[in-house]
Design a protein around this ligand. Structure first.
Ligand SMILES: Nc1ncnc2c1ncn2[C@@H]1O[C@H](COP(=O)(O)OP(=O)(O)OP(=O)(O)O)[C@@H](O)[C@H]1O
Length: 433
């Protein structure tokens, strides 16, 4: 959808939606859509995630959005979906993120039925680098699962969705229940206190699910699920040997270890990544080239078809949902007259522009991390030509709609931020679908 606003765009002023051309919708989040955008001056492609302020207020998620915005500002890593710009208009808050045209792992799992061990091993290696980096930045993701891992057009894996991520400190353990139940570590569900070790458990559960298309712990109610996570022995399907090598099974057992002091990746000195690098499952990984994205991914997404659920844009096409349009901000909004949460968004969801602002760390001893750059290479541009062309008004679906099974809605029972009302199933969350 091109901009019909005739005034020239002020690229030297603060970044806003007029700096971008809007293309296809590629995903749907809890508070709005995700669509491909092109920066009008640099011609680079990004993903625009927009958050409907009114919906965000109704679901009492303002603090989460601001927290996500702040955390993303501190992060820049090759295997993380990095923030490039942030801004707001009167209706929405916007995140402009690295574009991932390869789809999320839930999509691929549903499409394929299960994922080959060698593919999962490669992703786990890349994701291990990202997790080690996050933990060094003192961030716990808390919601690692196939839905929150996105592939770029080449097939490299990236962590996204920092909705319930938090900073940790050595001084206290967290007790809030946050994340998606099936992937929660025993230390989360038991409420006895946890820190960054929990992300390695979730990575293990994710890898298990991708290989066997089955989760290791399950239960129809919160109680049964909690019991399963705390007590059920880790079992593997009967045909496990056909899908996974002994080294692979050993690595899964290493990550899905109830004891965080012996869990793979969790050495007390923070050097657990060394144990992963040395683990026989990863023997074939060239770790030095891996982090610089010089290793060829084992699975390359098929870019001739859409790697996302195309029904998202049908909502707009059929006018079920209002399409996103460029709109000018009201000059000088009266903060005094605003609802407190709206005012908080107005004041705290500040503008971010990676080209002019250094990555901020809220921890003084951490050096600011210089942005790595968000170059969209020619491969991505070609992919766009194949799969993301067209404007929202003229879009017709080009691929079969794949049913996405929900992996359990993310939930947050917060002592870290604010309280969220219980969902009908008794879990706590902010109404994610
Ligand atoms: N950077 C990106 N590039 C391409 N697609 C993306 C990108 N970010 C998100 N998407 C797509 O949009 C979907 C929703 O995004 P995301 O999970 O970040 O939203 P959310 O509001 O946090 O939603 P939820 O918490 O319900 O998962 C993703 O599952 C993915 O398919």
């Amino acid at each position: 959808m091109g901009c019909c606003f005739s005034e020239p765009v002020d690229f030297d002023g603060e970044v806003n939606l007029y700096h971008f051309d809007l293309h296809r919708a590629v995903g749907k989040g809890a508070f709005g859509k995700v669509r491909v955008v092109e920066h009008k001056r640099s011609k680079k492609l990004y993903a625009l995630k927009y958050i409907d302020k009114a919906r965000c207020l109704r679901q009492k998620a303002v603090a989460n959005i601001i927290q996500e915005r702040r955390l993303l500002e501190e992060i820049d890593h090759p295997f993380i979906v990095n923030l490039r710009y942030a801004f707001q208009d009167d209706e929405n808050c916007f995140f402009v993120l690295d574009l991932m045209l390869g789809g999320d792992l839930r999509f691929h799992l549903e499409r394929k039925g299960y994922i080959q061990e060698s593919v999962v091993r490669f992703w786990v290696a890349e994701l291990s680098c990202a997790l080690e980096y996050l933990h060094r930045q003192r961030i716990i993701h808390r919601d690692l699962k196939p839905d929150n891992i996105l592939l770029d057009a080449m097939g490299h894996a990236h962590i996204t969705d920092f909705n319930v991520a938090i900073h940790y400190s050595e001084r206290r353990l967290h007790t809030s229940v946050a994340g998606s139940m099936a992937y929660m570590a025993p230390q989360v569900v038991s409420k006895k206190g946890y820190t960054w070790h929990i992300d390695w458990w979730s990575l293990g559960v994710t890898a298990y699910e991708l290989i066997f298309h089955k989760r290791p712990f399950d239960g129809r109610s919160t109680e049964k699920m909690t019991h399963s996570i705390l007590k059920d022995p880790l079992r593997f399907p009967e045909n496990a040997a056909q899908r996974c090598s002994e080294d692979g099974i050993a690595a899964l057992k290493g990550f899905i270890d109830r004891d965080p002091t012996t869990r793979l990746g969790c050495r007390p000195d923070g050097q657990g990544i060394e144990d992963i690098r040395r683990h026989p499952w990863f023997a074939g990984i060239d770790w030095d080239n891996l982090e610089s994205k010089e290793c060829q991914p084992v699975f390359v997404p098929d870019m001739k078809q859409a790697n996302f659920d195309v029904s998202h844009e049908l909502d707009e096409f059929l006018m079920v949902e209002k399409p996103l349009t460029h709109s000018k901000r009201k000059a000088n909004p009266d903060l005094e007259k605003m609802k407190p949460e709206l005012r908080q968004l107005e004041e705290q969801f500040t503008v971010y522009n990676f080209t002019s602002m250094k990555r901020m760390s809220y921890y003084p001893h951490n050096q600011p991390i210089v942005a790595l750059g968000a170059d969209m290479d020619n491969t991505d541009r070609t992919m766009l030509a194949h799969s993301v062309t067209g404007t929202v008004q003229t879009i017709v679906p080009t691929a079969t709609v794949v049913e996405r099974s929900q992996a359990g809605s993310p939930m947050l029972e917060s002592d870290d931020r604010h309280h969220h009302p219980p969902l009908p199933n008794g879990a706590y969350g902010h109404g994610h679908s």
